[in-house]
Design a protein around this ligand. Sequence first.
Ligand code: ATP
Length: 233
Amino acid sequence: MLKISDLTTHYGSSQALFGVDMEFQTGEIVTLLGRNGMGKTTTINSIIGIVPPSGGSIVFDGEELVGRESYKIANLGIGLVPEGRQIFPNLSLRENLVATASNHLNALDPWTLDKVYNFFPALKERETSMGNILSGGEQQMLAIGRALMTNPKLLILDEATEGLAPIIRQNIWSAINRIKDTGISILVVDKNLKDLLKIADQNFIMQRGKIVWQGSSSELKVDEKAREQYLGV
Ligand code: ATP
């Protein structure tokens, strides 16, 4: 589904990605791990074209993404749940959801307002509340719901559980598992390794702008050396 080869990305004259290689299949939950500043967000932003790569290739569902504009990449079926949630503060919860709704790929059973509310019943109860008065957990569910309303084939979550209480985090992980069951592939950047290892099929670790380790969750669980060396846990 996604194949990244020799990806390089620069911010002006400063290079952030040094030949990233990553590949995963449809229907997987995949993590991108690494300490701060190693290039995780830059990789995500390169995939979706917010930070255009300077070299390499990203093939998604048979289409080359490098060189395409961000909105065209989104239309191919990639939904982003961005770091910091980026909820529209002066729109109601419902308006936040319908503002992004689309079904570019003509999905047979598309995500609709009702389907998102069925998935996250807590959102229905807060339908008319403005974005800026929602709790952190509600905002996170809304950010996921908003991305689902674009009917993605690949959902990317950047630090989706940052700043959330453990119980809310568990709700988010359980929602992510249920989203996987609908056939959507999921790429997750998060710091909560323990939680991630319970749900991830495959893991990639970055160090200084490159992938330095990849493997299944059971492999990462037993590879203490890699966890210590690359993640410090
Ligand atoms: P974090 O977990 O802290 O978000 P990260 O692994 O997502 O870290 P990135 O944010 O992708 O890392 O940063 C990778 C490198 O690119 C770092 O050296 C960072 O300083 C640099 N960088 C990130 N954003 C910019 C920017 N807008 N302008 C210049 N350099 C940047």
